[in-house]
Design a protein. Structure first.
Lengths: 114, 114
DNA sequence: CAGTATCCCGGATGATACTG
DNA sequence: CAGTATCATCCGGGATACTG
């Protein structure tokens, strides 16, 4: 018999399920740089709306990827910081960064060769 | 003045724009293993519909990530293979795989500790 | 400031049928 | 087999207004 823990679970599908979307990857990228406030995060991600940012932050918080710190001040201040789990995703974003750099260089070279 | 090539372009956003979606990442994963036929690919990706698979394959082909080989046979045979550019994305999927393995192990350990 | 609450639209997706 | 075509649907996401 096959035990539950031996069920075929795809690691890549697991990862993709947690952070395999445009906005989560970009939020992750920003928070890997530093802990950030809500609007700071919003401004740093081109094209994201308040609603979508909130939705993704809630989901990532529920998945244990980041931690939300709300301060009872006036005006309110809320900061987001990656958890240990979130930080462990750094190599993925890092590879995406490296690949993007290479890709953009190739594009630039092609333009210069025109 | 700022030249066009000096415009601030984010490498991670570039990468995310090309493959930052659930299905593209999973298609990429499958094709990194081997060249595959359409239905073979379809069966290997849980939950993907024919339409969505076609759409994503077309987009990835247009982006130069994969190559489509259509053979004029009866019945028709179409195979998909990663381009050199597509293959250069391997480290990203590789990191996602490693992370997923670790994550699943952690989950399993937590269950056993119950 | 950092949200929540509504309304609403369009594109993404599923289902189905058809075809080279 | 590997699609394309069409229709119906649904909900992701924008716009706006309001609030602790």
């Amino acid at each position: 018999m096959i035990a539950k823990k031996d069920l075929p679970v795809c690691p890549v599908a697991t990862t993709v399920g947690l952070i395999g979307s445009k906005w989560k990857l970009l939020i992750l990228q920003q928070l890997l740089k530093e802990r950030k406030r809500f609007n700071e995060l919003r401004r740093s991600i081109d094209g994201i709306s308040q609603k979508v940012l909130t939705q993704n932050l809630r989901a990532m918080e529920a998945d244990g990827i980041l931690v939300r710190y709300a301060y009872a001040e006036v005006p309110p201040r809320v900061e987001y910081e990656l958890s240990e789990l979130g930080n462990s995703l750094r190599p993925i974003i890092s590879e995406m960064d490296s690949w993007g750099v290479e890709y953009l260089n190739t594009l630039k070279d092609m333009q210069e060769a025109e």
